[in-house]
Design a protein. Structure first.
Length: 307
């Protein structure tokens, strides 16, 4: 499967006039497509990449325009570090600029002034200077919505890319108090197994839902066990966040057919429902999570109180 680092970048800088004309002809013929001025990719090279990977390619394509003092940051750092991006990728590459306190937007970049808070830097295999996981997380939490920030917080904690103490230290380093970032860090959980689960937790908060138990294990001696995304013991309700990948992604199918995956999931749900305390199993898709009213309706039908 193609990944961001596998996409070949064809740069026209340094090419002869004849070579540039030939490449332009290939663009018109549909062999190549323009990613940035002076940077081409083969037609269709970005197909199959999720938005974060596509943006990572855009970062790679922009490296030659990054100044020595610039550091890839915010959502762009998420893309480079493989952290989740919820929604569309940003059209411009985000940078931390430690030479100024002001933020400037240019044709290619959003440069965030970071003179008062210079970032620690990582360097990836492409020699792209990038803010650390902790700094990236707090930058995103301070500037983006909770829906976008919590998946990043949960991801760095669950992957052990940083710890809560380091996140708290980075948060404290902000030049002004940021309640939004504090909420995201406070909600962070290493138990969230996917960005969808993180988004679901944001919806629970918005709807005033009681805090559920994450990754609850239903087990019976001699009958195996099942781990559920969310369990509301007082209401007898299990909530599972379903993605298409469970039934379509070859990596998740592990050699099984889609039909077999559906059958195994049915048997698993039957096992969960066999426990006396389970009154209902609610399944929410990514599409449902993008519409809070759907989440509210599904939870209320199952008996979970919402506002």
């Amino acid at each position: 499967m193609t990944r961001a680092n596998d996409v070949e970048l064809i740069r026209t800088t340094g090419a002869t006039a004849a070579e540039r004309r030939a490449l332009e002809r290939d663009v018109r013929r549909g062999r190549y497509e323009r990613l940035r001025p002076g940077v081409l990719v083969r037609f269709g090279a970005l197909e199959g990449l999720h938005p974060g990977e596509q943006h990572h390619v855009a970062v790679r394509a922009s490296v030659h325009r990054i100044r020595e003092t610039d550091v890839v940051s915010h959502q762009s750092a998420c893309a480079v570090l493989g952290l989740p991006l919820v929604g569309a990728a940003p059209p411009k590459v985000h940078l931390a600029d430690p030479t100024t306190t002001h933020t400037r937007v240019t044709a290619w970049f959003v440069r965030h002034g970071s003179q008062r808070r210079p970032p620690a830097v990582l360097t990836d295999e492409d020699a792209i200077p990038t803010t650390t996981a902790a700094r990236t997380t707090i930058d995103v939490a301070a500037t983006r919505s909770l829906l976008e920030a919590l998946p990043v917080v949960d991801a760095v904690l669950s992957r052990r890319l940083t710890d809560r103490e380091t996140l708290d230290t980075e948060h404290a380093s902000l030049t002004s108090a940021c309640t939004k970032a504090g909420i995201a860090v406070g909600m962070g959980s290493a138990l969230s197994g996917s960005p969808a689960e993180s988004v679901c937790r944001v919806r629970f908060r918005e709807l005033g839902v009681p805090d559920p138990v994450q990754q609850h294990v239903f087990a019976r001696p001699g009958s195996g066990s099942a781990v559920v995304d969310f369990w509301f013991p007082e209401h007898g309700v299990v909530v599972e966040v379903d993605g298409r990948g469970k039934y379509e992604d070859p990596g998740m199918l592990a050699g099984r057919s889609t039909a077999d995956a559906h059958w195994r999931e049915k048997r698993r749900e039957d096992f969960i429902r066999s426990f006396p305390g389970v009154r209902a199993v609610v399944r929410l898709s990514w599409s449902d999570l993008m519409h809070p009213d759907r989440v509210r309706a599904a939870l209320r039908r199952a008996g979970v109180p919402c506002r």
